[in-house]
Design a protein around this ligand. Structure first.
Ligand code: HEM
Length: 405
């Protein structure tokens, strides 16, 4: 790997990622050498074609993190360990036929969610959250709304009762926050998931966990519990960021102003544009090469780590010759990944319903909503991985709560 590797950290991922990915492509081509925390080397794949090649060949570019040729130099307290995943027995690092069965188990369990019921849950929880702020005339639509909604809906679909879900919301947001309460949050989640799985194993019901347990393939309670953790963490934060980033676009871009005053058609357009231009999952770790290979003229050694540069690939000028053609209804972006290990289709559909309903409820309940701060002062969380706002302060004419729906 070359010595001019790009550190995958720093404020530019927060402030101007589009320009940064352009510069990375200009200076290093579609497969760039990068350095992770502590100077750990990896490759960032920002070329659309190259990313297609990597995600389309799960044997050469494996999800099996045990292949990594850097494990000997990774300290036990390396901050990225939870994301890279050593010895994590979840679907994320499972490969081959077993992965196929496991993805089928999760996909079918999620596909069993009834669309009308999902929509009702989303409206119910969204209305409850708006009820908590609507009489005040101002709110932070990230902290008081987007960050609280997806996990509540998912918890209900998975099989948790509503009185358990507010503790889950706190635990998950603590864990994502990555500060002093993170480990405690993770423990609470793991214990709650294990309890739910044990309860449903003894007494099945009509929910996602019961369907996972009943799936063929002989999955143990431990495996189901591990996947439930993934489905909660992988489901909540990107969906929350999809809501926040789309609301930001609609509140700051004149093209969407009409929809804020009663129009609807452009909610889907704003959401799709966000997936192309401002996607929640910017970079994903990762894939590990199972043998030496060449990619875009780079020599990639067996066991090298490749990071999927989803946002970089979405903006690849090789495919983005005319921006307007690709946004609109075009969904050939990489925002849900691609290939065997992509986000399961039923998960994508659930995320879409949660995000769309969340935005529609805001527009319905707070029709004269406006940003409460200048657009330029909005800030993003400092992360090269998930892209989302720290807050989205808005104001509106106070309205009474609906209450008890
Ligand atoms: C209900 C919400 C969601 C659930 C339950 C969910 C669940 C999952 C699961 C289980 C996987 C692992 C698939 C595998 O390894 O075979 C996955 C992968 C992925 N998800 Fe989602 N997800 C949700 C929403 C989202 C959203 C909103 C985004 C981004 C906009 C997203 C982006 C991704 C990506 C990029 C991957 C692929 C990672 C890779 O290729 O290694 N997901 N998701």
């Amino acid at each position: 790997m070359t010595s001019d590797a790009v550190p995958l950290s720093g404020s530019r991922f927060q402030t101007e990622p589009a320009r940064l990915y352009r510069e990375i492509r200009r200076d290093h081509g579609p497969v760039a050498p990068v350095l992770l925390d502590g100077g750990v080397p990896a490759w960032l794949v920002v070329g659309y074609r190259e990313l297609h090649q990597v995600t389309g060949d799960p044997v050469l570019y494996s999800r099996d993190s045990s292949l990594w040729n850097q494990w000997d130099s990774i300290p036990a307290d390396w901050p990225l360990l939870p994301m890279i995943g050593r010895d994590q027995p979840s679907i994320l690092y499972t490969v081959g036929e077993r992965h196929h069965e496991r993805a089928g188990m999760i996909g079918k369990a999620l596909a069993g969610v009834e669309p009308a019921l999902l929509r009702r849950h989303c409206e119910h929880f969204a209305d409850e959250l708006i009820d908590a702020v609507c009489s005040t005339g101002s709110a932070d639509l990230v902290g008081q709304y987007a960050m609280l909604l997806p996990v509540r809906v998912l918890a209900r679909l998975y099989g948790f009762s509503d009185d358990q879900s507010s503790a889950l919301v706190t635990a998950l947001n603590d864990m994502i926050d990555g500060r002093e309460r993170a480990l405690e949050g993770q423990r609470h989640l793991a214990t709650s998931m294990a309890e739910l799985v044990a309860r449903r194993a003894a007494e099945p019901a009509d929910d996602v966990v019961s369907r996972m347990l009943a799936a063929p393939g002989g999955f143990t309670e431990e495996e189901v519990m591990q996947d439930l953790m993934v489905m909660t963490a992988a489901g909540h934060q990107p969906t929350a960021d999809w809501i926040g980033n789309s609301l930001r676009l609609m509140l700051t871009d004149d093209r969407f102003a009409a929809s804020l005053f009663g129009g609807r058609h452009s909610v889907a357009e704003a959401m799709n544009e966000v997936l192309w231009e401002d996607t929640p999952t910017q970079n994903v770790a990762g894939r590990w090469t199972s043998r030496d290979t060449q990619l875009a003229g780079r020599h990639i050694k067996a066991g090298d780590l490749l990071l999927l540069g989803l946002q970089g690939a979405n903006a690849d000028p090789q495919i983005r010759t005319d921006t307007s053609e690709l946004t609109g209804g075009n969904s050939a972006h990489f925002s849900f990944g691609h290939g065997d290990h992509r986000c399961p289709f039923p998960a994508q559909e659930i995320a879409e319903v949660i995000a769309r309903t969340a935005i529609e409820v805001v527009l319905d309940r707070l029709p004269d909503i406006d940003l409460a701060v200048p657009a330029e002062s909005l800030t993003r969380r400092p992360s090269p991985w998930l892209r989302g706002l720290t807050e989205l302060p808005v104001r509106f004419t106070p309205t009474p709560a609906l209450g008890g729906n």
